[in-house]
Design a protein around this ligand. Sequence first.
Ligand SMILES: Cc1cc2nc3c(=O)[nH]c(=O)nc-3n(C[C@H](O)[C@H](O)[C@H](O)COP(=O)(O)OP(=O)(O)OC[C@H]3O[C@@H](n4cnc5c(N)ncnc54)[C@H](O)[C@@H]3O)c2cc1C
Length: 475
Amino acid sequence: MPEPRTLTGWGRTSPTAARVADAPATGDAAAAVEAFVAAAGERGVLARGLGRSYGDAAQNSGGDVLDMTTLDRIVDIDLQRHEAVVEAGVDLDRIMRAVVPLGLWPMVTPGTRYVTVGGAIGSDVHGKNHHRDGTFGAHVRSIEMVTPALGRLVLTPESHPDEFWATTGGMGLTGIVHRATIELMPIETSAIRVDGWRTDDLDQTMSLMAERDHEYRYSVAWIDCLARGASLGRSIVEFGEHARRDELPPGKRSASRALRFNPRDHMPAPPWVPSGLLNRFTVAAFNELWYRKARRRREGHLVAAPAYFHPLDMVDGWNRIYGARGFLQYQFVLPDGEEAVLRRIIEELVEQRAASFLAVLKRFGPSNPGPLSFPSPGWTLALDLPVSFGSLADLLDRTDEQVVEAGGRIYLAKDSRLRPDLLEAMYPQLGRWREVRDRMDPQHVMSSDLMRRLPALSGPLAGAGASTPRRRGTP
Ligand SMILES: Cc1cc2nc3c(=O)[nH]c(=O)nc-3n(C[C@H](O)[C@H](O)[C@H](O)COP(=O)(O)OP(=O)(O)OC[C@H]3O[C@@H](n4cnc5c(N)ncnc54)[C@H](O)[C@@H]3O)c2cc1C
């Protein structure tokens, strides 16, 4: 029996202890996972990937956790079908290093390569191409998993639509994925061609994104969240495409050079960084410098894929620069037509001087059938906020209420503090998800700190509803 180990999410808030076992790297992985699930104690079991979810989704206080990162083989790459069969603990970094030289790229990558395939399925992650390609789960061709009640399953969206979509975005609560087949896209180079604009305010930022994002596979705006008044919402908007071979300088067009992918990350965050280095003043100075540095318009700029998609991966352990108390990442989505609410929320954050080092605005396209999948059509804003900021809890509670009233929701993979009674209003299909989960795991053997914190994930909250803001349009 392993000794309890303290686990946190990437935001380093809410540490809790669990017995952590490694998934066996050799032998019959499905049988080992099955035995692990069958031996669950009272506090249940949970799979954990690289712990890049920001809150408590990959923690199971007092219970058992299976560290999947030892199950990290790439089993097969099919160049004709553009797909890879992988074990669930392999991360996107490893997959990219294997497939990019072959001219392939994962259909969806979040802002870090250090996520496992199991974690990407559990959170149904999205990237800068959601408006075009949807989520990671939309490109999973099959899932092999172990469930507490139904045993081993091989799920495809066609064979088991309910179980497949309950698992995709199901935050690890339907069972443990040990293998998956994922779709890849063909690419000619490992470079991204970027067209960038510096905008003056939020209206310009949003119009540019709404008008032009359909022309590009990738789109994102980095908002200067400290600019106020007439400059509120000024941003750097970047649209990107995988560069073609003939767009590279002539000396770099050979297949081996064009598809080179060897990011050298791991520049350590300096150990001398004082706790709370990121405060209102340093963040303001950084944002000002970074905004001024950008040209008003820059087209056809070639950028290496890691720098475009995963700039934060270059600094090892960057999450420590927020100081010992950690930080919250807060991400919500608002439907199209609710731009005024987005503006109000940004205004309030700016007004309250809630320093955000990173504020990222993206467009989402259509949702997928996953009842707990976060993306829905509209605008999504992601912010980093140090927990040392004074009235953060009140500020975010108020923001949640505006989000839910406008028909939006927050992202569970990033959450660590949502008021429990708001979950059901944010995820109207939660009841349907619970029905499917209850077929897969009626005893709630799969459990997590997230689930205990938000009891609506287990079952209806007694007495909920009285103070719950209604979604617009609901009777
Ligand atoms: C710098 C940074 C940038 C990010 N950018 C984005 C972004 O752009 N878009 C986005 O969507 N997310 C983003 N994220 C969040 C991240 O992609 C997700 O939290 C992802 O789930 C983390 O994967 P992981 O392997 O670390 O999983 P963990 O954090 O370990 O686990 C996440 C969830 O998946 C479950 N899970 C893990 N493995 C399995 C398995 N084998 N079977 C069943 N369930 C499993 C866990 O139980 C847990 O509920 C970002 C995170 C960071 C740190």
